[in-house]
Design a binder for this molecule. Sequence first.
Ligand code: MG
Length: 401
Amino acid sequence: MGATFELAILVVAAGRGSRAGSGVPKQYRLLGGKPLLARTLSTFLKAAPQARVLPVIHPDDLEAYRKALAYLDKADLARLLPPSHGGETRQDSVRLGLEALAQQGQPEIVLIHDGARPFSSADLIARAGMAARTHGAAVPGLELTDTVKQIDSSGRIVATPPREALRSVQTPQAFAFDLILAAHRKAAQAGQNGLTDDAAIAEWAGHHVHVFEGEPENMKITSAEDFSRAEAKLLRELPDVRIGQGFDVHAFGSGDHVWLGGVKIAHDQALLGHSDADVLGHAITDAILGAIGDGDIGSHFPPSDPQWRGAASSIFLEAAMKKLRERGGMLAHIDATLICERPKIGPHREAIRARIAEIAGISIDRVALKATTSERLGFTGREEGIAALAIATVRLPLGKI
Ligand code: MG
């Protein structure tokens, strides 16, 4: 049993949902170059510097979780408790997280929060803590702008509840720790497992749950559209727009494939180079470094250094993204052109765009790729090599005065 502490925050991130489109669970998908869960954890660690934060994760996600932690500030990491493993349902996951907190030394108050809501303000988090102290159980809610209809199984409206009396409810949901732990234990013992939020569990256990003011910005990010909207919101907050350009050439030699934008493409020749010779990846990396005025790919990854021999060029792009992130910036857009007779790029265009978007952690609609020949003229026309051009638009915070 550890020392007692006042405020704990349980961040529930054990879901398997990959509704947002990419293969990884959505809480680990990059949002503006940072994993969604890292954004949420960082929001709470910064807003509540006195709190301990305990994430609940899926056991299959340990590696993704470990990677996400690399995006947090060192000082914040110290207040992050080791993650507990979730259960079959969200309700199980929360109960297991509460039991883990009980083992760590019971807090007075616990806020239970969705890992997929990164935009809670410090005010909202403070209001949640106060509401739990005042009422024992409280949740943030928003008034509805749409009229709500209750329907039957045939889709026919059976009731129109008065809108004034309805609230749509968010997280963090806030509770006296003993109250919500007891309610969860009681529900589990009773086999009551169909309750969709923690307020419902407190209600089921016979407690009054109050509603305090939520925030429209405190959205849950679930679909690919949500990711795009959240990305646009983050970009709007960065007023210093900069553009960088990159250019690269690699010569053909013997081989049976080329790497272009992180995608392996079968071909009757290979590109020669110290790394994997991904000419497109190199041009894009230089464009990003150019936009932040931070040297070029050769100065950061000198060809003379044996550690880059055969290296996957995604490493260089990830490193440029890290430099951008460390300045508080985000990548807004990439536009690239490949110049070659062969291989034909068209059939691979979407795969390459998707891979670049994945490495850079931005939406695919922010990555453009074009291809052209040089009409059989020059070295590209003679199929001696491939050239690539790239432009990157980045957004940065205004410099500190
Ligand atoms: Mg190169």
